[in-house]
Design a protein around this ligand. Structure first.
Ligand code: BES
Ligand code: MN
Ligand code: MN
Length: 472
């Protein structure tokens, strides 16, 4: 029995390795084949485990992988979302094993996307497979929506949801793309920050100039940019864009007390991150600063000669990338306008400052009282042996707001990532014991979800013709 279970786990790990092997980086055009092949593999895999209508559906960008199973009439329909795209793997030389050569070391499977989000998505795929194998059927109806553009802000997913709203009709949604505080501490994430990604470009001289011959005489865009960036934040972490905090909803004391009780300490956060604390905001814990307060991060600065050795040149232009995280009720579009107006104010004389928006997604909060959340709590409780807590995350997942706005469905965020998975960094890994426990949790969740009643009209299975049409 134990031997059979081990062989079974080996097979699952082997399949996950195949999945992680695809360099499905959404950010760069050079990985188009990695995306395409990964999507095809995933659709094929979903078909092979017994799901229906498995297909790679086009969008204006990278495709969506779809499949469903609707043979439980009268039972709820569960929409499962995940993303098969991954972040760029650079810097490559910091990886102990190559990012797209998945490698098991200790309890971890190492590779880009192993935790975010291929491993977590695979939790549900393997749970479905296991139930179909052992029982020949699922306790609920299931619709799978696996995206290929999450890591670039899901620019085409809104249009996809609108176009295929009938195909995606469901009672509630489960997403596993978040973290739990520790392997023995399950948690449901109930808020995510929004994000506004922008690129700033400062233009100075018409062309690169000799920095000796003209240094001191002409303006330097790299230095102008440095001034602008330094001025974006006050000494104690306060973001200095006028109007920026206007819509920030204060968090009530009861909620802050709950966060203090169940959330990570400052020391824990710094230990997991291997980092030093930010200089502000005073009065807020690091957990609070990274979840219920907005933040501004400079994520890149470029300008001047980047090669080895010396080059005496004043560059014609310089640019920077900003990652601004937003909390309720900040709107990314409004924040972009405020930033644009601020830049026009602080622009050093003679320089041109351009700004373009790279991505934009609103902050979200999720209900704690929906029956599907109860089902997730019972599922976690029975497989982890301890009741889950509610946590807030500083990260962003664009689909959540889109699902709320376009499909109007409740979302349950049931994560299986750990704080030391190194997502987005070198040596990303998936904690395999938590992954296998996740599969048990997902199976349990499907059973618990089947018992939910009174979800209303939407419990009825959808008409076949609608489905057929959408897939043509
Ligand atoms: N899965 C993450 C977000 C996340 C990480 C949520 C950890 C909770 C805990 C997701 O893939 C991600 O990285 N999102 C991007 C979205 C952005 C590009 C709009 C992010 O947060 O930077
Ligand atoms: Mn993710
Ligand atoms: Mn990510």
């Amino acid at each position: 029995m134990v031997v059979a279970a081990r062989a079974q786990n080996e097979r699952v790990i082997h399949e996950l390795e195949q999945f992680v092997r695809f360099p499905s980086v959404s950010a760069t055009a050079t990985h188009a084949a990695g995306i395409r092949n990964c999507a095809a593999w995933l659709a094929n895999h979903l078909r092979s485990i017994g799901l229906d209508h498995a297909a790679v559906l086009p969008t204006a960008g990278h495709p969506v992988v779809f499949a469903d199973w609707r043979h439980a009439p009268g039972r709820p329909i569960l929409l499962i979302y995940g993303h098969y795209d991954v972040q760029p793997a650079e810097p490559l030389d910091a990886w102990r094993s190559p990012p797209f050569t998945p490698t098991v070391r200790g309890e971890g499977l190492y590779g880009r996307g192993a935790s975010d989000d291929k491993g977590q998505l695979f939790v549900h795929v393997k749970a479905i497979e296991s139930l179909l194998k052992s029982r020949g059927r699922l306790p609920v109806n299931v619709v799978c929506l696996f995206e290929g553009e999450e890591e670039i802000g899901s620019p085409n997913l809104g249009a996809f949801l609108r176009k295929h709203r009938h195909l995606l009709a469901a009672d509630f949604v489960v997403i596993s793309d978040t973290q739990i505080p520790a392997a023995n501490r399950p948690a449901i994430t109930d808020s995510l920050r929004g994000a506004l990604g922008v690129e700033l470009e400062v233009q100075g001289p018409r062309r690169d100039l000799h920095s000796g011959v003209l240094g001191g005489a002409v303006g330097n865009p790299l230095q102008a940019l440095a001034q602008i960036l330094a001025g974006l934040q006050g000494a104690r972490g306060r973001i200095a864009i006028p109007g920026f905090y206007q819509r920030v909803r204060p968090c009530d004391d009861q909620e802050r007390a709950y966060m203090r009780r169940v959330g990570p300490s400052d020391a824990q956060i710094l230990r997991d991150a291997g980092a030093m604390p930010s200089s502000g905001e005073p009065g807020y814990s690091l957990y609070e600063r990274s979840t219920i307060r907005p933040a501004l991060a400079v994520t890149g600065v470029t300008g001047g000669y980047q090669g080895p050795g010396v080059k005496a040149v004043i560059p014609a232009k310089a640019s920077a990338k900003l990652d601004i995280r937003l909390v309720p009720d900040q709107q990314p579009e409004e924040i972009a306008d405020l930033l644009r107006a601020h830049l026009a104010q602080v622009r050093p004389a003679g320089f041109r400052v351009g700004m373009h928006v790279l991505l934009s997604t609103r902050p979200v909060t999720m209900r704690r009282d929906h029956p599907a959340v109860g089902a997730a709590m019972r599922a976690y409780g029975s497989t982890f042996g301890v009741a889950p807590v509610f946590v807030r995350s500083g990260g962003s997942i664009p689909v959540v707001g889109l699902i709320q706005d376009i499909l109007g469905l409740p979302v349950v965020m049931m994560g299986f990532g750990l704080p030391d998975d190194h997502i987005h960094g070198p040596n990303e890994r998936l904690h395999l014991p938590t992954f296998f426990r996740g599969i048990e949790t997902s199976k349990r969740f499907l059973d618990e979800a089947a018992r939910l009643e009174g979800l209303g009209e939407s419990c009825r299975p959808r008409h076949r013709p609608v489905l057929q049409q959408a897939l043509e």
